[in-house]
Design a protein around this ligand. Structure first.
Ligand code: NAD
Length: 439
């Protein structure tokens, strides 16, 4: 099938590449000229494990091409996916200007029956709005379908290739048949392909992300209470996770959720509720807890140094909002850096993939420097802070770390090390929801 994907970010590029891998001919359209030029040269513009090989193979086989021109990109495409940004507007609601802008253009450009698919995360009722915008100028028949994406950054290719489920919202028989054909190779091992009405599909995505954010904020509150009561959140996690009704996943406490999805989607769902005069109280608590949790590590550091960290230097391991991505959108590490700098401290930051994005984010800000290795970040630092659980941080050379740090002091926002190990290695160690190890 010939398809087009408009917007080639984390979702669009993975979507386009994976559809090409199944034999479809895919044109990826993006307004970012630099990005398109880079992709035309065969370079992947984001860090996403396993994407490079698929990307290179499909370019070579001429099933994957790139353009900045929407007209050229959708020419002959039976299905056009919109994988455009839906960032939070000032009031927390999803900004639909990217999607509706492209919908306006599509109306003028469609030449024959086309299925336009919303892959972006969008408020309930958006498919209808997209339909309205296209219809203003369209001279041909078309359908608009909601097909929310559930991939996780860091596992995006695997998630897309073997999804837990695919959700498609449409009442159109024609669109249903096309989407069924397109997704058949991805669900052949038995994952469900759920067809539903478009509003339910749109709500499904928000409900999924809000539920996962709820789990995180809930466990973070349990962790905070563990610290006050002397319980250990890791033991509690194991204890509750073995209950099938609860499940083992998403029970790790830490320094709050970040990324391009949870914060904006929880906030957008909250806004949808308010627009319907409904006060979604659980969501308010989730957002509130998360905001506080992001300050938690900095507060521990400040408390340790009697509220005076001026002139101190801190090593920070992990900048991406989670491991295996270079994405720093809403990353807890950014809040930590700001908190430390605001209090007159310096930061020596290290991340395997996200440093370039953080450099762009902080620009010429003084007080922050970037290390070329995890160990270099430790040199002459007063303590180490850990904000992202990259695998390479799990079994470091503790003896070397002790030599490089001014004092054997670790504040771990991801509970990477056992308390026993930290005691044996002679570190003062503070983590989340567990007792402090005092050296
Ligand atoms: P992104 O910011 O990484 O990518 C968006 C791309 O769209 C960019 O390359 C941008 O240049 C391009 N773009 C902007 N305006 C354009 C236009 N008019 N024409 C063509 N291209 C244009 O975004 P993302 O993370 O891929 O997210 C896209 C959507 O998918 C969002 O709604 C998001 O909530 C949702 N989503 C994201 C994830 C994720 O893990 N990132 C997972 C599931 C769903």
């Amino acid at each position: 099938m010939k398809i087009a994907v408009v917007g080639t970010g984390y979702v669009g590029l993975v979507t386009g590449t994976c559809f090409a891998e199944m034999g479809n001919t895919v044109t990826c359209v993006d307004i970012d000229k630099q990005k398109v030029a880079m992709m035309k040269k065969g370079r992947v513009p984001i860090y996403e494990p396993d994407l490079d090989n698929l990307f290179a193979r499909n370019i070579k086989e001429k099933r994957l091409v790139f353009t900045t021109n929407l007209k050229e990109g959708i020419d002959g495409a039976e299905v056009v996916f919109l994988a455009l940004p839906t960032p939070p507007g000032e009031d927390g609601s999803a900004d639909l200007s990217y999607i509706l802008g492209v919908a306006d253009d599509l109306g003028k450009l469609l030449k024959s029956y086309t299925v336009v698919v919303d892959k972006s995360t969008v408020p309930v009722g958006t498919a209808e709005r997209v339909r309205g915008h296209i219809a203003r100028t369209a001279k041909v028949d078309f359908d608009v379908v909601s097909n929310p994406e559930f991939l996780r950054e860091g596992f995006a290719v695997a998630d897309f290739m073997k999804p837990d489920r695919v959700v498609v919202g449409t009442e159109s028989v024609k669109a249903k048949a096309l989407l069924k054909e397109l997704y058949a190779p991805f669900v052949r091992q038995g994952s469900p392909l759920y067809f539903m009405d478009e509003r339910s599909a749109e709500m499904t995505k928000y409900a999924a992300n809000a539920f996962l954010a709820t789990k995180i904020s809930f466990m973070n509150e349990i962790a905070n209470l563990c610290e006050l009561t002397g319980a250990d959140v890791d033991a509690v996690r194991l204890g509750i996770g073995s209950d099938d009704r609860i499940g083992k996943r998403f029970l790790y406490s830490g320094i709050g959720y970040g990324g391009s999805c949870f914060p904006k989607d929880v906030s957008a769902l909250h806004k949808i509720a308010l627009e319907h005069d409904y006060s979604f109280q659980v969501l308010e608590a989730i957002m509130d807890v998360n905001q506080h949790q992001k300050q938690r590590l900095t507060n521990k550091v400040k408390a340790y140094f009697n509220d005076n960290i001026e002139g101190k230097t801190f090593a920070l391991w992990g900048l991406a909002f989670k491991p295996d991505t270079d994405d720093i959108r809403e990353a807890p590490a950014l809040e930590i850096i700001k908190g430390l700098l605001d209090n007159g401290a310096r930061v020596q930051a290290y991340d395997p993939e996200a440093i370039e994005n953080v450099k762009k984010y902080f620009g010429n800000e003084t007080g922050i420097s970037y290390a070329i290795s995890a160990y270099e970040a430790l040199k002459q630092a007063d303590a180490l802070l850990i904000a992202t659980e990259w695998e390479q941080f799990r079994t470091p050379d503790f003896a070397q770390m002790k030599k490089l740090l001014r004092k054997p002091l670790i504040f771990d926002g991801r509970n990477l090390y056992s308390l026993r190990l930290m005691r044996e290695q002679g570190f003062h160690y503070e983590s989340i929801g567990r007792k402090a190890v005092n050296s």
